[in-house]
Design a protein. Structure first.
Length: 467
């Protein structure tokens, strides 16, 4: 079978507007060629992100009606606590409004100025919170992760030799924890293997270093383990998720992804002292420890969403295979993109798509803007703009991966939407030579990709100095 049919039917519909190419040219200019600045009503198919864009189930909407909006001790908190303990196995947790709030609290509590935080590729908000706490992120992902054409099945894995070298260089006392992400977002949604996490656990036990999981897309990662790793074909997704978490000391989580909700997150751990310290922080930045950044109804929807994400294996199979289907369509047309296909998104290789543009002309940003103009599909840049500037040299990082992410919201778009997007991108690929590079007209100092504005570089015009 070429695709897995949707394991749900539609009960509520939300109309979306069809726009003309003229409308879209106007809209992208107004948005400074930044798809983050487009109005969602001007978008036909929104593949900007899988974050907070999931469709909730009827059971989740029903659970919201049972929200207990008590300031303290809401019953939905206790239900969520029980669910997190059952599904992920962590003893303690504090709710936060989303993932980065959990990253903030964890970074402030665990990192001391001058520390190094090794991880399997950076994530934008994660690295920023590490830096704000005085730490320095060090990438210890396997080399294959930086090669969009490598077919290595677990490109999210940590290279333990790189980790050893870092310890030899800076000393184990300077390493507060390992930042370990499932289905590594910036690598293209690439999974880690159980073999890697087991080896990492043994290594960290030797040095007494914590492993803190970025648990944002662990369910998707579990599907890849079930599909690709020897000995896991007959294990349920629920069992695999629990096994992944069991090798770690705690996690941050953006529940807006796997958790199937529109807002929410948490910081979880097994160590009581860490929990007590986290509770002291969450009241300052988020709210009382029994609601953190969420209302009672949000916690109710999340508890139900977590259960649905692992209750049966059909959901996650459909979800990851829908993404894979889009990738297969692009493979069929010879369009360069990251392989193997990730769980939440297909990542176009903008350097190979637009070889006529230098990385300083932001090919991924330019391609995302042009996809919108041609098709009404909104994608996201994950390249030189997202990577930002090196804080010491002021130079753009020029990451090896210069990607455009076509991110699939969960349970939102149908098979024909995916085909429509694929057809549009294939059509654009035939005319790729006409796509122009971009230059900044406004560059924010941190997380610049969210609010930056650009203009097209006209042929033969000199590249402008930085604003
Ligand atoms: N970690 C990972 C791996 C993420 O993908 C995200 C968010 C976060 C942490 C931060 O969580 O947004 O809830 O504060 N990723 C979104 C995305 C923004 O589009 O990939 P948050």
């Amino acid at each position: 079978m070429k695709y897995i049919p949707e394991p749900f039917k539609i009960k509520t519909v939300e109309p979306i507007k069809m726009t003309t190419k003229e409308d879209r040219i106007r809209a992208i200019k107004e948005a400074g060629y930044n798809t983050f600045l487009l109005k969602s009503e001007d978008v036909y198919i929104d593949l900007l992100t899988d974050s907070g864009t999931s469709a909730m189930s009827d059971a989740q909407w029903a659970a919201m009606q049972l929200g207990d909006e008590a300031y303290a001790g809401s019953r939905n908190f206790y239900d969520l606590e029980k669910t997190i303990q059952e599904v992920y196995g962590y003893k303690y947790f504090v709710p936060t409004h989303q993932g980065r709030a959990a990253e903030h609290i964890m970074s402030q509590l665990l990192i001391r100025p001058g520390d190094y935080v090794p991880g399997n590729m950076y994530f934008t908000t994660t690295r920023l919170h590490q830096e704000k706490a005085g730490g320095k992120f060090v990438d210890v992902i396997v080399d294959e992760a930086h090669d969009p054409a490598s077919t290595y099945p677990f490109k999210g894995n940590i290279d333990i030799d790189k980790l050893q070298r870092l310890i030899d260089e800076v000393g184990v006392d300077k390493i507060p924890y390992i930042s370990y992400e499932t289905c590594v977002n910036m690598a293209g949604g690439q999974p880690i293997s159980i073999a890697n996490i087991r080896a990492l656990r043994m290594f960290c036990d030797k040095y007494n270093i914590k492993i803190m999981l970025d648990n944002t897309r662990t369910v998707e990662n579990a599907y890849f383990i079930q599909k690709r790793e020897a000995g896991y074909a007959n294990r349920s997704i629920k069992e695999i998720v629990a096994e992944i978490c069991s090798y770690t000391d705690g996690c941050t989580c953006s529940a807006k992804k796997d958790g199937l909700v529109n807002i929410g997150g948490f910081l979880a751990m097994n160590e009581e002292e860490f929990f007590i310290a986290a509770k002291a922080q969450v009241v300052i930045y988020e709210g009382l420890h029994t609601y953190g950044g969420m209302s009672g109804r949000d916690m109710a929807a999340l508890a139900q969403g977590i259960r649905e994400s692992v209750d049966n294996d059909d959901y996650i199979k459909y979800r990851v295979e829908q993404t894979n289907y889009l990738g297969e369509r692009l493979t069929g047309a010879g369009i360069p993109h990251v392989i193997p296909h990730g769980g939440h998104a297909i990542f176009l290789d903008a350097k190979a798509f637009l070889p006529h543009l230098d990385q300083e002309q932001f090919p991924a940003q330019a391609l995302a803007a042009e996809i919108y103009v041609e098709t009404g599909v909104r994608a996201m840049e994950r390249g030189n703009v997202s990577a930002g500037r090196n804080t010491e040299t002021g130079e753009n990082y020029r990451p090896k991966l210069e990607l455009v992410r076509l991110t699939i919201p969960r349970r939102v778009y149908t098979q024909s939407h995916i085909d429509y997007a694929a057809d549009g991108i294939i059509n654009l690929y035939q005319q790729r030579n006409k796509i122009k590079g971009l230059q900044f007209v406004f560059e924010p100092k941190v997380l610049r990709f969210f609010q930056a504005r650009f203009e097209q570089i006209e042929q033969d015009s000199p590249v402008k100095a930085r604003v």
